[in-house]
Design a protein around this ligand. Structure first.
Ligand SMILES: [Zn+2]
Ligand SMILES: [Zn+2]
Length: 309
């Protein structure tokens, strides 16, 4: 399922969604959908919905911008079931404090991320501390986390599962590890950092050498090439959506990033998968993915076990 830009009545789908997005159960046959509120070094926040659950993944725009952009999707912040944090850097967490003034939205973070943020928080926070590597449940989704190399306290990536669909979230990553490749198999949609084009970073005259070193270091960010090679290693028949995120405004451009991914994937896979880029300033369309697995289609595990006796 792709980004559906128009519907049968000619109204862009994102506009149609606005009309009914306060109701649940609007996903039709898609298992999940997401919309990137904004992504880049200026701030990152993404809305993910499953059948019963609405999560904000990172809250790195200002609270004001998050509220404005949720409103564009006709979504009330009170309807969020949780804010799930990858790490404490300002471009992923700066909106949390103000967003929680007079609002009780649980914040899911591991202990070191919580610790790194707590000292500066004025709001009362309903922390839900998870252990990296231990899955946890929010509503009808299960969230798996795993560690990633980046210069933060205990940064993680996620695979979020619900209604039979798998959504991979990988951003702010210094380099690709075998663990990542294993964890990110069989995704339906992959939200992945493509921070910089190597050549544009090298030629960039605005950034001091030390900053360039940090970006390209083992605890910095993924280049288009690194992201493309990772995507090619985890792409399966299931994968229908790739959203490239955290693009540098000076050292990357959507066209270069998409072309790099497409050339790595090869024409056969490319025909099956949509590749998009998230923008810093504009809310993306809703992107639907996965097909709902009906209860009767789920293997009756208990019955099967019973057959052993
Ligand atoms: Zn970061
Ligand atoms: Zn970041």
């Amino acid at each position: 399922m792709g980004v559906e830009m128009s519907s049968s009545n000619g109204i862009p789908e994102s506009m149609n969604d606005r009309a009914d997005s306060t109701k649940r159960g609007k996903l039709a046959k898609a298992a999940m959908r997401f919309s990137v509120l904004g992504s880049g070094s200026g701030g990152n926040a993404t809305l993910l919905e499953c059948q019963q659950t609405r999560l904000l993944i990172d809250a790195g725009l200002s609270a004001k911008q998050i509220l404005l952009r949720l409103d564009q999707l006709n979504i009330k912040p009170e309807s969020l079931d949780g804010i799930v944090l990858t790490h404490e850097h300002g471009d992923h967490a700066r909106g949390v404090d103000v967003l929680l003034r007079n609002r009780n939205i649980p914040v899911y973070a591991n202990a070191l991320t919580k610790e790194a943020m707590s000292w500066s928080m004025k709001s009362t926070v309903s922390w839900r501390v998870f252990e990296t590597g231990q899955p946890f449940r929010v509503g009808d989704v299960e969230v798996f986390s795993f560690p990633i190399p980046h210069d933060a306290a205990d940064p993680v990536a996620f695979v979020i599962e619900g209604s039979g669909a798998r959504f991979g979230v990988l951003t702010d990553v210094g380099y690709v590890t075998q663990g990542m490749i294993q964890n990110l198999q069989n995704l339906d949609a992959f939200f992945v950092e493509a921070n910089y084009d190597e050549k544009l970073l090298e030629e960039d005259t605005k950034r001091p050498w030390a900053t360039k070193q940090r970006i390209a270091s083992k605890h910095g960010h993924l280049s288009n090439t690194q992201a493309s090679e990772l995507i090619a290693q985890v792409a399966s028949e299931r994968l229908s959506e790739i959203m490239l995120v955290h693009l540098s405004s000076d050292c990357n451009c959507p066209q270069k990033a998409i072309e790099r991914v497409r050339s790595e994937l090869g024409s056969e896979t490319c025909a099956e998968v949509n590749v998009s880029c998230a923008s810093q300033n504009e809310v993306s369309s809703w992107i639907h993915f996965g097909e709902v697995v009906q209860a009767e289609e789920v293997a009756p595990t208990i019955f099967k076990q019973g057959q052993l006796f």
